[in-house]
Design a protein around this ligand. Sequence first.
Ligand code: ADP
Ligand code: 5GP
Length: 208
Amino acid sequence: MTERFRAGVALVLCAPSGTGKTTLVRRLAHEFPRFAFSISCTTRSPRPGEVDGRDYLFLSREKFVALREQGHFAEWAEVHGNLYGTPLLAARELLAAGRDLLFDIDVQGAAQLKNTLPQAKFVFLLPPSLAELKARLRGRGSETEESLARRLENAKKELAQASWFDFWIINDDLELAYQELVAVYRAISLAPGARSDFVTLLLQEWSS
Ligand code: ADP
Ligand code: 5GP
């Protein structure tokens, strides 16, 4: 059945920091241009190379809190000492326009999104081992030993939440993990909910 008969799907990816989420999400969005990123708001400072409005909307804490109080966010959370939130309206508008949406958010936020965006599907990306997770975080070169320890502590708490997710993907071999992610994407695109009114329209052909 062709892609044009389908509504936008929402795919939420969670993973302990350093597992490989950014790597996989970038490749998926590149291969499937129907995907749009949900651009989050954050109070953390931009990293070198990050662009305001593309990677995040970088806000002061005051502005973030004001928006939060106005109900601007579908979910929000404090991660590693900074606030992050998903703008609700932008997500709804993109889905209504038929775009698929990728959410790169933390586990606390994902649990809230389960209520505010009930059609979303949730993937938990797992590292193959603690040693490998440490190696990836160190290899990325963006962490001090203190922030590394904080991320590993947080990872333990996040892993304890993995059971309610719809899918688990172990990112050991990158290529295999990517193919599994594509399989999940294809599967959720085939669910009747993503086909919206197709059968209704088809049946109308019998009576016209
Ligand atoms: P996250 O977004 O989850 O914090 P990244 O995508 O930044 O993680 O990946 C962390 C580091 O691990 C990067 O240097 C990336 O190239 C590397 N990496 C990702 N997946 C794999 C894999 N399957 N095997 C080895 N290294 C990987
Ligand atoms: P980073 O600062 O490394 O870009 O992201 C740190 C963590 O914040 C990641 O786990 C990322 O998924 C999460 N994050 C990014 N945007 C959001 C968001 O809008 N909401 C929530 N809850 N978490 C987010």
